[in-house]
Every structure is written in structure tokens, then in C-alpha cells.
Design a protein around this ligand. Sequence first.
Ligand code: ZN
Ligand code: ZN
Ligand code: ZN
Length: 307
Amino acid sequence: MAHSHNHGHHHHHAHGDDQTEGRLWISIFLNLIITLAEFIGGFISGSLALLSDALHNLNDTTSLGISLFARKVSKKEANKEKTFGYKRAEIIGAFINLITLVIIALFLIKEGIERFYNPQPIDGLVMFVVAIIGLLGNVITAVLLYRSSKENINIRSAYVHIMSDALSSVGVIVAGWLILKYELFIVDTILTLIIAGYILWQSYYMLRKTIDILMESTPNEIQLEEVTLAMQEVTGVLDIHHLHVWRLDESNILLESHVVIDESDMANMETIKSSLKELLNNGFNIQHSTLEFEFEPCGEKVKSPCL
Ligand SMILES: [Zn+2]
Ligand SMILES: [Zn+2]
Ligand SMILES: [Zn+2]
């Protein structure tokens, strides 16, 4: 009866978490500086490109803020209202990040297309100098986030994002130079479309991952048929059905299933259950499974509908 659950309680990396949070704070600060520099530079030069980039970097700052907030929330312990804990808060945070990013990218594309028909004169020198400041900020932020980049979706998406920011800064530096030297204003428009297109492409893949988790999709690395076959091979198991495998978050996979055993095996139920849970944990990295035992497959009798 006493079946205790610790679904939200794995503090193996307490020190690393503190470091990641510190890096996130510095990244937020650096992004604010870039944003401010680009807003001022945009107004001085009359360059809409710099203003758009400033808007983008302002969004980056708030996105990093969401990541930080989500990290704090997802560490909270499970309670009676949130029995799975708060781990999905981080997934929801990543989801909001990405949706915002898509909106900004679409805005940049719209601005870029408008500029094809209505080119704006730009002060190339201001563009050039401010983009160098932006690049420095992006590089420092990318280096700070690099070490924890494999940890979870939020940090990884932030890292991929900042790397693309740095690349676009290099693009803006080159474009600023071309505008300064040859008044090639169209370079600015083309660059905007490339940057926004890249952001959309990146966001698409990250969005698919977060949506898969929110939709409780079967994890990519798990084949349901394979799990069923392996479970049916455990001694005493006659049938496996009503099988669900899903992700709680990036690192936790959960499973529920019905297990049919023979009535004469009733005394062995605990042994069969242990074997199944061991198999699921060791063979498929499924840390938590809920198994419902039956003597006959449900749904085959009128009195026991499959629920
Ligand atoms: Zn950005
Ligand atoms: Zn349980
Ligand atoms: Zn059943």
C-alpha cells in the first residue's frame, strides 16, 4: 500500500544548476546591452534593420527570462495538486519562446519584402559599428551557455539561437560595410530574409520536439511493438495491451499497460511485476510504469469493459 513516489526529486546537479542560472542572468544582462545599443544605433542611423534587430534582441532577453523562470519553477517538488511536479513548466516555457520567435521572424520577413519595393537609405557606418558591439555580446553569451547546452531544450534552444544571432551580426557587419562602400541597400533586405528564414527553420524543429512532449507522443527512440514483445517474453505474462508510453519532460519516460496473467499465477504477480519493471527500466529507460493486472484481456467480457 505504501507506494511512495518521488517524480520530482532528482537533484544530482545542484551545483551545475546554480552555474547555469548565473550564466542565464549574465546572458540576460548582455542581451539588454545589445538591445539598447541597437535601438540607439537604429534611431541615429535611421536604419530599420537595426531597429528590427533591436526588437529581436529585446525578445531574446525576455525569452532568456522565461527560461530562467521556467528553470526555477520546474525545480519545485511535486505536491497534491501537481502530482507530476513542475517539470513540464520548462517545456511550456520553451514552447512560448519558440512561438514568439516565429512571430518575430514572420515580422522580419514582412519588413524585408516591403523593403524590396521601398528601399530605405541607411547609415552604413553606424550599422557596421553597432553590429560589431552586437557580435561581441553574442559571442560572450554563446560561450557562457555552451557548457550546459546539452542539458535541456531551453538552454539548447537558447544556444542555437544565440549562435544564429552571432552569424547574423557578422552578416550585418558585412552588409554595413557594403552599404558604406557601395550604397548597396538591397544587401540589407536580402540579409533580413536569410536571417528570418533560418530562424523559422530552426524554430520548426524545436517546436516539433516540444509539441511531441505536450501531445504525450511515444518517444522517438521507443518502438511500441518492441516494448510489447519484450514484455510478453517475461515468464507468466500472457498478453500486453492498452500500452501507453510518453515523456513527462526531456529526461523522464513514463508507461502504463494492462498485463494479462493466468489465474493460477496470482501468487507470482509481484515477481512478474518486478521483472516487468526491471525490464522496462533497464531495457527501455522507462523510470516509472503503472501496470494493471488481469486474468482475462479486458473488453472480452461484457462485465469488464476496457477502460
Ligand atoms: Zn536572437
Ligand atoms: Zn507508481
Ligand atoms: Zn486490459
